[in-house]
Design a protein around this ligand. Structure first.
Ligand code: GLU
Length: 371
């Protein structure tokens, strides 16, 4: 599996690549070359999402703030200032290639509240469906120290989980994971592939981050852990060169972290094992057959509800005899579902005044019970 086989690809670009450490200026020509690579991948039919850092670094320069003494409030002020410039340069670079960019700012809370998580996922899926390139960063302006990701490596991996991406590329200032720090140890060797995050692998992440990067190798391995659990392959590759993605398509050096499951299998595993069900939806025999045939759970097949649940909660889906048929994430709350059950799917909007789609539970969010 190489970059060229990815269907849904997330590319994470760190501040240290975007902003020149000595002058503090944006490396525009490099960014334009990367945007050309993104356009080439889109041409091949790959969906691309960019997670870009750089807001704080750019804003700091615009506001004339010293990175050694910067307070949290000033960091957030810098993010608010720099994010506009960051978005603008990305937009210009992608627009040159005829691509439409959309800015999405997220916080850790957005990923942890399943309601917001499902909404963010719906928006990202819609953007990708329209052929746009989402540009994602943390919403640093509102995220306080305790609730911040603080590093976009893990943020990118969480996004990969959220939208079931099959590949995440972390562009770095190094070719990949080495057995030791290659700047200090000439015997250090690049590890081309990792299938399991053993303690030995984890201990290889020792290098300290540079001035502009919050991560270093430690957060990259933490990101690998999230990505692998989500069934997403993760690649660490050198981003300091021009056209770093093209270099990978041409067979460049990297470390590839290989998960054991596909994103969909991993997602279903997560729904089945990590989430506790809040309530139950009872469905008729026709709906049972539809679910078993891989279809969405729709309102007409629902006969009764048990308990209460919110949008995004995990619920049990029962046949009329009480046997559990499936579990899934409900796109509608119990109150909403109660109003919709038994009705035709195209009545959702007239009944509620809005719609989050026809599926009460989408088949991607549904795990059939064994047997
Ligand atoms: N969100 C931060 C920014 O845009 C960067 C976080 C990181 O360096 O990974 O400046």
């Amino acid at each position: 599996m190489s970059l060229g086989d990815a269907k849904r690809l997330i590319i994470k670009v760190g501040s240290a690549l975007l902003v020149d450490e000595t002058t503090g200026k944006l490396r525009r020509a490099w960014l334009e070359a990367l945007a050309d690579d993104v356009a080439a991948l889109r041409e091949r039919g790959t969906e691309v999402i960019i997670v870009s850092s750089g807001a704080i670094a750019m804003g700091r320069r615009l506001l004339g703030l010293d990175h050694r003494t910067i307070s949290l409030a000033d960091k957030q002020a810098a993010a608010a200032t720099g994010q506009i410039s960051l978005s603008q340069v990305w937009q210009e670079a992608l627009h040159r290639n005829g691509l439409i960019m959309a800015q999405v700012l997220v916080t850790l809370e957005d990923m942890e509240s399943r309601q917001r998580y499902l909404n963010a996922r719906g928006t990202l899926n819609a953007l990708l469906g329209h052929g746009a390139i989402p540009l994602i960063n943390e919403n640093d302006t509102v995220a306080t120290a305790e609730i911040r990701f603080g590093d976009n490596d893990r943020l990118a991996a969480k996004v990969a989980h959220m939208i079931s991406a099959d590949m995440l590329v972390l562009l770095s200032d190094i070719d990949g994971l080495y057995t030791a720090d290659p700047r200090k140890n000439p015997d250090a060797e690049l590890i081309p592939e990792v299938r399991e995050l053993t303690p030995e692998i984890m201990s290889m992440a020792g290098a300290a981050p540079t001035m502009y990067s919050s991560g270093g190798m430690v957060t990259k391995l933490l990101a690998a852990e999230i990505a692998m659990k989500s069934g997403c392959r993760m690649m660490i590759a050198r981003g300091t060169i021009y056209h770093p993605l093209k270099a990978q398509l041409d067979g460049g050096l990297h470390t590839l972290f290989q998960p054991s499951e596909t994103p969909l299998a991993a997602r279903r595993h997560w729904i089945a094992t990590s989430l506790s069900a809040r309530g139950a939806i009872v469905i008729d025999a026709g709906a049972v057959n539809a679910l078993r045939a891989g279809k969405n759970l729709l309102a007409p097949g629902i006969t009764t509800l048990q308990g209460s649940f919110k949008q995004g909660d995990a619920v049990r889906v029962l046949a009329s005899d009480g046997v559990e048929v499936a579990r899934g994430l409900s796109a509608y709350s119990a109150d909403e579902t109660r109003q919709l059950m038994g009705h035709n799917s195209h009545d959702i909007e007239p009944i509620l005044g809005y719609s989050r789609g026809n599926a009460i539970i989408h088949s991607d969010d549904l795990v059939l019970a064994e047997g």
